[in-house]
Design a binder for this molecule. Sequence first.
Ligand SMILES: Cc1cc2nc3c(=O)[nH]c(=O)nc-3n(C[C@H](O)[C@H](O)[C@H](O)COP(=O)(O)OP(=O)(O)OC[C@H]3O[C@@H](n4cnc5c(N)ncnc54)[C@H](O)[C@@H]3O)c2cc1C
Length: 389
Amino acid sequence: MRVLILGAGIAGPTLAYWLQRAGYRPILVESAPQLRQGGHLVDFWGAGFDIAERMDIVERLMHEGYRIQELREVDADGKKITGLDPGRVVDKVGGRYVSIARSDLAAAIYDALDENVETIFGDTIEALDDDGHRVLVEFSHHPPREFDLVVGADGLHSRVRSLAFGPEHQFELPLGITVAALELVGYRRRDDLVAVTHTAVGAQTLRVSLRDDTTLVLFTFRHAGAIPEDISAQHKLLRHRLGHIGGEVPSILDQLAEAKTFYLDRASQIRMPSWSTGRIALVGDAAAAPSLLAGQGAALAMVEAYILATKLRDTDGDHTQAFTAYQHHLDAVIRTKQDAARNLGTAFAPRNRTKLFLRNTALRFMGLPFVADLVMGRSLRDPIELPQW
Ligand SMILES: Cc1cc2nc3c(=O)[nH]c(=O)nc-3n(C[C@H](O)[C@H](O)[C@H](O)COP(=O)(O)OP(=O)(O)OC[C@H]3O[C@@H](n4cnc5c(N)ncnc54)[C@H](O)[C@@H]3O)c2cc1C
């Protein structure tokens, strides 16, 4: 069966890998001219880690990733408020934990395909016609083609979703928070293997020193308005929203134009009653984005892809049964994670000074080992059952 997978991010290539193993013929189509660069540092553990192990990419992830030694919260003068030791988390999950740049994770997954999957870069779809027997797909640049199944792995603003299910606003729950991730080369402050955060009213800055004199900065800030498409307008939005925050923010904003990579989008959840219709399904953020605030978006995208592939394998090509079983397997777990993340905005971007104070006080308590163990022990349970391959 020929399966068109739109989007070569995290979910798309994971699905292609496992579908191919199940005897399907996946074809990836990605709108960018090559694998997209940039994005945040993914904390990778749990079920996602297990799948990476089954794909034989863990060694590479451990090599290219980081073992952060301290999560350090500082005030506007750079003075430490508190520090957490992520080593305790690493121990709790038996060492099966790595922090890795999103683009390095995506590249490792894609390379696992070993050039066995046809991939078309620089194209997207214009129309989908599911007549019950096959899906006729029209592309922007390539001639139309027929597929047995189509899967949208094309992220938060999925084109497959809008063509097959309806407009984005029907399914999107914006969290009132916007996220920007950028990489700077030669940024002068470096704290190797320390994730430094500074939280002000309405915004948080996270800075991590990476290899090759590169620094990753993640801004999480309150902004519920429209996101401009043009990059210089996005830079302007950042300056407007964050320019008043002290600390390192002004010197980071000064270097925006020279950033090696830049990503900005709103933090939203996607909540859909059904992840499939006829011969068309969704996976990853396209189906059920939990948002950055939930963490684990990349790992969940891999889990969804893996489960979808196992269901298609087990139902021997009965896509209706497979799509139903896929959603049934994951629906409750993902909804729980989404619900938990819905109100986490205060932790990243407290609305006012009182909330900021309460947040920082709670964080100081987290600095106490027994409190950290209690909280982390709870949040590190990943109740997802992965079927054997
Ligand atoms: C460059 C980049 C940086 C990111 N940085 C962050 C971040 O800092 N914080 C955060 O919370 N999340 C970020 N994300 C989203 C994060 O990667 C996802 O939440 C998560 O990994 C789920 O993965 P996914 O495969 O479902 O979606 P994604 O990783 O978003 O992958 C979707 C893929 O589909 C492609 N695509 C999109 N539209 C089309 C189309 N019409 N036709 C063909 N292909 C299409 C995209 O180019 C992308 O390669 C980023 C995504 C990208 C692409």
